[in-house]
Design a protein around this ligand. Structure first.
Ligand SMILES: [Ca+2]
Ligand SMILES: [Ca+2]
Length: 103
C-alpha cells in the first residue's frame, strides 16, 4: 500500500513540476509584429491598416503597436516610420506605466 501511495505522490509531484515549467514559459515578440510571425514587415502594417478600416482579422494578434491600450492611427504611423527606417520607440517598457491589453 505504501508503494502505491508513494507512486501516486511521485506522479502528482512530477505533474506539478511539469505544470510549473509550463507556467514559466514566456513569449517574447518583436514590437510591431502584429501577426506574431517573428518578422516586422509590410504584412503587419497591412493587418493594422485593415484593422483600422474595420476588418479586424484574427491574424492581427497584436495590433496595439505602442501598447497604450487602444488601436488607432498612432500605431499605424509608428509602424510605418519603423518600416521606413526611422528610429522610433514603438512602445515603452510596461514597468513605465504602459499596458499591453493583448497579452
Ligand atoms: Ca509579423
Ligand atoms: Ca496603441
Amino acid at each position: 500500500m505504501k508503494k502505491i501511495l508513494s507512486l501516486i505522490v511521485s506522479i502528482i509531484l512530477i505533474c506539478a513540476c511539469a505544470a510549473s515549467v509550463y507556467a514559466l514559459e514566456i513569449t517574447v515578440y518583436k514590437g510591431g509584429d502584429v501577426n506574431l510571425d517573428n518578422n516586422v514587415d509590410d504584412t503587419d502594417l497591412q493587418l493594422l491598416l485593415d484593422w483600422l478600416a474595420g476588418n479586424q482579422s484574427a491574424e492581427a494578434k497584436k495590433p496595439d503597436v505602442n501598447r497604450d491600450g487602444t488601436v488607432n492611427n498612432v500605431d499605424a504611423v509608428l509602424l510605418m516610420k519603423h518600416l521606413n527606417g526611422y528610429e522610433v520607440e514603438l512602445y515603452k517598457d510596461p514597468d513605465e506605466g504602459w499596458t499591453d491589453i493583448y497579452q
